[in-house]
Design a protein around this ligand. Structure first.
Ligand SMILES: Nc1ncnc2c1ncn2[C@@H]1O[C@H](COP(=O)(O)OP(=O)(O)O)[C@@H](O)[C@H]1O
Ligand SMILES: [Mg+2]
Length: 422
């Protein structure tokens, strides 16, 4: 702890609940409650005036404005200049999830003991002090990872989510291997995850082990996260699913939120495989997602599901520009035209051809088919295009050196659209 008092700003709505807290804060040495804000305008003004070290945030506060305000403070929080602690009288999981996503270092359920709030404030402040200290010795040239979370989703099983997640992640890892970029794959199917089998990796280090090590949900260091990662020979870092279905429930969405936060901070690209229904796990993953790929095949039932999926994603207020459509097994004549899908639903961003022989052989051997760099194979080429689609403009240059070996020339999307039209 430093000699200087910690400047607090209390953002509150529920006076009855937070009244006793104010008295408790006055008892804590080394802490100054500099201001209270009861609405968004007061908050913005008080923040500017006192430049607090820490904001105590009542989660029942004006929800419409608070999260956009907190997102404007993201860099202050990330750089260690400001800490956030969330407070609530009930465990409203949706609000807690959002608060964590906004960078809250801790969450306290009211009423709280004076000692508990004192410890929470001091440890959040001390953590920030060490971030500030270390940042002064970090060379300025050290780049911040792109932190793109790419989620592969569909409300239907068996459409190829895991196949796509694995092969996209391995493609990214292979192309970016010498670039210093970091690529990770998270198996978001905590009960029956397939990623370990598909990549021939033993589930010795899993998210379940990490959660057991964490104990209570709390921000994670990269060192701790890394010790539960398994690295694939392609250079891909994999966070495997629990080794037994019964362990899945120990991975709470609060734990997962901190895992997502740590992955985003430390990796350039994180591909996330999911299951085919929307539960708390998916909602937490969606909160962190930068690009959401919805997978469909040209079957009537899948198309029906796709319509429903897009409606659900709209209800969840996931911005349209984050959502892209991948058409898998595009080589089969299924009676549904891709032009119909595009006219009625949305643009298809990528088509992955059907190649049962190659896909099944790769599944059985635990070797993703994209490791075959002779990219005159259409399904391999489609993954090169998908990977190019997801990377930043800067990283796209790493793909150009591979272009010479890639055939057929031209775009696989057009190639297959033409093929299907015939
Ligand atoms: N493009 C493809 N061509 C041929 N078979 C595929 C293709 N994509 C997926 N498959 C097969 O479809 C099945 C389901 O794939 P999977 O990735 O496990 O789907 P999901 O994760 O959506 O349940 C697997 O047997 C897989 O080999
Ligand atoms: Mg799957």
């Amino acid at each position: 702890m430093s000699a200087k008092n910690i400047k607090l700003l209390l953002v509150q709505k529920d006076n009855e609940l937070l009244g006793p807290l104010e008295a408790q804060l006055k008892e804590i040495s080394g802490v100054d409650l500099c201001a209270k804000a009861f609405n968004y305008e007061e908050l913005a003004a008080a923040y500017k005036k006192i430049n607090p070290d820490l904001i105590l945030l009542d989660l029942s506060f004006d929800e419409d404005n608070i999260y956009s305000f907190l997102s404007s403070l993201e860099s202050q929080v990330a750089s260690g200049h400001l800490a956030l602690i969330a407070l609530a009288g009930s465990s409203d999981m949706n609000r807690i999830r959002k608060a964590m996503k906004s960078g809250c270092a801790d969450f306290l359920m009211l009423p709280v003991k004076t000692e508990e709030i004192s410890n929470a404030i001091k440890s959040a402040y001390d953590k920030n002090q060490s971030i500030l200290k270390s940042s002064t010795v970090t060379p300025l040239s050290q780049r911040v990872p792109a932190g793109k979370i790419i989620t592969i989703f569909s409300t239907k099983g068996g459409v190829g989510k895991s196949t796509i997640a694995v092969n996209l992640a391995v493609t990214l890892a292979m192309f970016l291997k010498d670039s210093g970029r970091r690529v990770a794959l998270l198996d978001g199917n905590f009960q029956f995850g397939d990623i370990g089998f598909m990549l021939n990796l033993k589930p010795e280090r899993t998210i379940h082990g990490l959660v057991r090590e964490m104990g209570e949900p709390a921000p994670l260091t990269f060192e701790l996260l890394k010790s539960f990662i398994t690295t694939h020979p392609s250079g891909l870092d994999v966070m495997l699913a629990p080794s037994k279905p019964q362990f899945a429930e120990e991975v709470t969405m609060l734990h997962l939120g901190y895992v997502m936060e740590c992955l985003k901070k430390n990796y350039d690209y994180v591909v996330v495989d999911t299951i085919h229904h929307i539960n708390d796990t998916d909602l937490t993953i969606f909160d962190w997602t930068s690009m959401l790929f919805v997978i469909a095949t040209l079957e009537v039932t899948t198309i029906k599901n796709l319509v429903l999926t897009l409606e659900i994603l709209k209800d969840l207020q996931i911005p349209k520009d984050k959502i892209s459509l991948i058409l898998n097994r595009a080589y089969q004549k299924m009676g549904v035209e891709c032009s119909t899908v595009e006219e009625k639903l949305m643009k298809i961003s990528c088509m992955i051809p059907s190649d049962g022989e190659r896909v099944v052989a790769s599944l059985n051997s635990g070797n993703p088919f994209v490791i075959d760099l002779k990219a005159d194979i259409p399904i391999v080429k489609s993954f090169h295009e998908l990977a190019e689609f997801v990377v930043t403009d800067e990283d796209r240059s790493y793909f150009s050196k591979m272009e010479e070996v890639v055939q057929p020339k031209g775009n696989v999307l057009d190639f297959f659209k033409n093929l299907i039209k015939k």
